[in-house]
Design a protein around this ligand. Structure first.
Ligand SMILES: NC(=O)c1ccc[n+]([C@@H]2O[C@H](COP(=O)([O-])OP(=O)(O)OC[C@H]3O[C@@H](n4cnc5c(N)ncnc54)[C@H](OP(=O)(O)O)[C@@H]3O)[C@@H](O)[C@H]2O)c1
Length: 246
């Protein structure tokens, strides 16, 4: 993977160290989103999933971002459609995570109102740290009981999840290196409540057209959020950008 921005000082700069390139800012709560899009802005490949937009390099970045995070916030639709599994502790990150006081692997935090979640899957039965279910007080009692039996329930909001409240509660638990993997509906709400510090965006060299979601799917933001690029990497025609709040 080669660096395009900041412009390398020498033409033969060595291979980018992704762990270094994507380090979280120290001593603060920071929420980054990791998303992949086609050249024409689709967040879903024609089959409705995101894998068709990815590449080996994108999967490496995806793994690094997980390796650095405390918590991965994700919408229930993405969990259902992408068949989420629990992140495994990776030897490559073990020492750094232990030194930073992090759990051996990031914990998944699913956002759901319906709690139409299969609690018998490995995401619950094999998670190293119990998977967090972020839901609201008015969620169905039966679903709440199941979520509490198999996972770790976080109530944030009365009739729907207030993402700002949820992210604060995760930070209060010490989960301050926050990563969201979407989907577009959850990401739009995170942006709307002013919590999106950084967007790690892979642009894949593909055109798809069709009805796919954009990266953010929700009402127009009250005020457009200005973002500033701090890094752009490239491999096999895909661009890996980091944009932070301007
Ligand atoms: N390109 C990418 O990088 C990328 C990343 C992720 C996903 N995707 C794709 O995006 C699609 C899924 O994304 P999506 O935007 O449709 O769905 P999503 O954001 O993953 O999940 C939406 C679900 O989250 C729950 N939810 C969201 N906001 C809530 C709130 N305020 N309170 C309570 N629950 C809430 C609801 O779950 P319940 O229905 O359980 O109530 C809702 O149905 C898939 O096709 C996936 O492949 C692409």
């Amino acid at each position: 993977m080669r660096r395009l921005l900041p412009v390398p000082s020498t033409p033969d700069e060595p291979e980018v160290d992704l762990v270094e390139a994507y380090a979280y800012p120290p001593d603060r709560t920071w929420l980054r989103a990791n998303m992949v899009a086609s050249l024409d802005g689709a967040a879903q490949a024609p089959d409705g999933l995101s894998a068709g937009l990815s590449s080996p390099a994108d999967k490496r970045v995806f793994g690094v971002l997980r390796g650095l995070a405390d918590v991965i916030v994700v919408g229930a639709a993405t969990v259902r459609q992408e068949g989420y599994r629990p992140p495994r502790p990776r030897p490559a990150y073990a020492a750094a995570r232990a030194a930073a006081g992090q759990l051996p692997a990031p914990v998944i935090a699913i956002v759901s109102r319906s709690l139409a979640i299969d609690f018998t899957t490995p995401l619950f039965t094999e998670a190293v740290t119990p998977t967090i279910v972020i839901t609201c007080e008015e969620a169905q009692p039966k679903g709440l009981a199941a979520a509490a039996e198999y996972g770790d329930v976080l109530l944030a909001g009365r009739d729907r999840v207030d993402l700002g409240v949820a992210l604060d509660a995760l930070a209060a638990r010490g989960l301050t290196r926050q990563l969201t993997e979407g989907g577009p509906h959850v990401l739009a709400q995170i942006a709307a409540c002013g919590r999106l510090d950084e967007l790690c965006l892979t642009v894949s060299p593909l055109l798809t057209s069709g009805p796919a979601h954009r990266l953010l799917a929700g009402p127009t933001l009250a005020e457009a959020q200005a973002m500033r690029p701090i890094s752009i990497l490239e491999e096999d025609g895909a661009l890996f950008s980091r944009y932070v709040r301007a």
